[in-house]
Design a protein around this ligand. Sequence first.
Ligand code: NCD
Ligand code: ZN
Length: 347
Amino acid sequence: MQITLRRPDDWHLHLRDGEMLSAVIAASATRFARALIMPNLVPPVITGADAKAYKQRIMAAMHEQGVKSNFTPLMTLYLTENTVAQDVIDAAKDGTILAVKLYPAGATTNSASGVANLDKVMPVLEAMAANDIVLCVHGEVTDPAIDIFDREAQFIDSVLDPLRRRLPQLRIVMEHITTRNAAEYVQGSEANLAASITTHHLMINRNHMLAGGIRPHYYCLPIVKREEHRQALVSAATSADSRFFLGTDSAPHTRTAKLSECGCAGVFSAANTLECLATLFEEAQALAKLEVFASRSGPAWYGLPVNEDTVTLEKRDEPLALPMPFPVGDDTVVPFDPARPIYWHQL
Ligand code: NCD
Ligand code: ZN
């Protein structure tokens, strides 16, 4: 059995910089046509000039790695309390960036420069709404008193919903949603709200991470939740509702950084995402809807054309081998293990 779909895009990707960028760029650039590149470098990508320079480093890494594809990195800016509205508008107008990313301060990897007080960025958000610039949000509260498994649901009530009431014209992507609450919130919204969903949140629940031994490679943010939440995400992703699209949140860290006493959050799923998704969509009897989720809904939201070329996946009798660890200096990056056999292979 085979399926052919328009080449997918990845609407949430961490490519990092330097030798890590060189190590991982081919995994995304040979599979996806475009990707929305996260700006949480150290220091972050804050200005239009930063984004231009980072895009050049990505293109240089592709060239240096001999990647022959038309992969287009779509850049984002990291919103800080010092962001200048005019810089954001200029960067969007001249095509340097496609969106702006809001990290609540301290929410995740490299988010120390994020926003502690939303009031401080309201002028920028108002300018974005007026100029139709998309805001991508990491949807978790950072209050240490809130349980880590409740931080996304709490964010909807205490941050996202009030923000949407205050600025209904602002177009927002709730990124990498992980709960039934978030899926239902998006489904119940009237306009100007969409969500990306990762491969790993569609495939694993918190038992995979914590039952029968702790598996640090499944530790990511937002943290994986209960099975009922995974099922709600699968329903949303396979429903052909154009408000849900693929953002892998492929977030490489070295094996050493993952397996340390305070391990980093992030799952590196770029190298086997499509095969995992085909498996999952087939299981949900929704293979025909994979193209909507992976290739059509994202461009529709961002007002971009669907990719012209296609990819083909084939179901075989022998399972797909787990991708080998990617060398980075003396270390490696360990690809996502879907915790079950995958019979789909990308041709
Ligand atoms: C991301 C990273 O490592 O940059 N980690 C993760 O677990 N997803 C940051 C993020 O997207 O939250
Ligand atoms: Zn991310």
